[in-house]
Design a binder for this molecule. Structure first.
Ligand code: SAM
Ligand code: SF4
Ligand code: FES
Length: 348
């Protein structure tokens, strides 16, 4: 299914890593406007003017991890903890499916009350309930290969797990776990046949331009099907409360480079970008992005999944957001596409 123009967009052979690094470095220095218009052209060649929708369901904010950047980290005692049960999740999915959603992203902290077996049964029920017509994406953090296998066999199609930063020292400092473990998890997911999504935060304290080049190169090396990136936004109840806020342009530059590096990848305009600037998501969609993830979590829980301050859409339900997003995508000459939206990078 590779269109000729797309073949052209593949600028180098994957094995030529030194060349790849030099090219990223050049793009990193290029005037932003030129880079963005080039990425937009490639995106429209691959995905046209379509923007895929994913229904994001934040089903538990319990987490055994203590990532320094995250508002729902274990040590934050001010968080009101919640977890949705199966029946509530299935009801939300049923309603959203009836309204046209064909992809669901189930996201949570690393919650011991949701072991892989329980999650697998839930995935099976979602697949049954949607007659296999909806794709299920999980984003529940690091598990063992066996657990990922169980979930894949239950019908999970996709898995999202950002590596957060490709700098091993920074990664260890911020997460208390080696970067290698996260990468190993992503390799398992790939071997098991998932559509694999990862990505990173932009503007973490301690990150340099070299880190960004390494972040981008790692996305390419992992040949990711989806890449979620967003600005790091310091949360006042975390150890990184006093870190500076880096402007959104750095994220825009990164998403544009990702479109050139991985022409067929699904790249969302992320909530964090929309939280930092009112038109942040649209700016990402005009710079190579082709996905939006309206939050369909029941409204009473949205405010408790506060990864960073200023998170948008906390008082609106996901269906209100769909109307809002329909107008927003039109401002950048795009339209909502209700298809399942399998990554071209995965299909090629
Ligand atoms: N627990 C799973 C994990 O860590 O992979 C999934 C949920 S986690 C809350 C989802 C993402 O939120 C992380 O991958 C991280 O990039 C992002 N995130 C956490 N804290 C953030 C912050 N302060 N600013 C921006 N993004 C943040
Ligand atoms: Fe837990 Fe994910 Fe937050 Fe880390 S980023 S504390 S793993 S929810
Ligand atoms: Fe949620 Fe605009 S997208 S209110």
């Amino acid at each position: 299914v590779e269109a000729p123009a797309v073949a052209e967009a593949r600028l180098f052979a994957p094995e030529d890593e030194a060349h790849c690094r030099r090219t990223i470095e050049e793009w990193w220095r290029m005037p932003l406007e030129d880079l963005v218009s080039r990425a937009d052209r490639v995106c429209r060649t691959v995905y046209g003017d379509g923007v895929y929708l994913r229904g994001l369901l934040e089903f538990s904010n319990y987490c055994r991890m203590d990532c320094l950047y995250c508002g729902i980290r274990r040590s934050n005692r001010n968080v009101h903890r919640y977890r949705l049960d199966e029946e509530v999740i299935l009801q939300v999915v049923r309603t959203a499916f009836a309204r046209g959603f064909r992809t669901f992203v189930l996201q949570s902290g690393e919650d011991p009350a949701w072991p892989a077996g329980r999650l697998a049964r839930l995935v099976e029920r979602i697949k049954e309930q949607t007659r296999g017509e909806a794709a299920v994406t999980l984003s529940c953090g690091l598990m063992t290969r066996e657990e990922y296998r169980l979930l894949r066999e239950a019908g999970a199609d996709r898995y999202l797990m950002r590596f957060e930063t490709a700098d091993p020292d920074l990664h260890l400092r911020l997460r208390g776990v080696a970067l290698e473990r996260r990468i190993e998890g992503l390799v398992y997911l790939r071997e098991l046949g998932y559509e694999v999504g990862s990505g990173f935060m932009v503007g973490l304290p301690g990150e340099t331009d070299e880190t960004m080049v390494e972040n981008l190169l790692l996305c390419r090396r992992l040949d990711l099907d989806m890449v979620g990136i967003g600005p790091f936004i310091p949360h006042p109840e975390t150890p990184l409360a006093d870190a500076p806020q880096i402007p959104l342009d750095r994220t825009i530059r990164a998403v544009a480079i990702l479109r050139l590096l991985l022409p067929g990848a699904n790249l969302p305009g992320t909530t964090a970008a929309g939280s930092l600037e009112p038109d942040g998501r649209e700016r990402m969609l005009a710079s190579g992005g082709n996905v939006l993830m309206p939050n369909i979590t029941p409204v009473q829980h949205k405010k408790d999944y506060l990864l960073y301050p200023g998170k948008i859409c906390l008082d609106e339900d996901g269906f209100h957001c769909v109307g809002c997003l329909t107008m927003r995508v039109a401002t950048v000459g795009k339209r909502i596409d209700w298809e399942k939206g399998t990554s071209r990078q995965y299909l090629w």
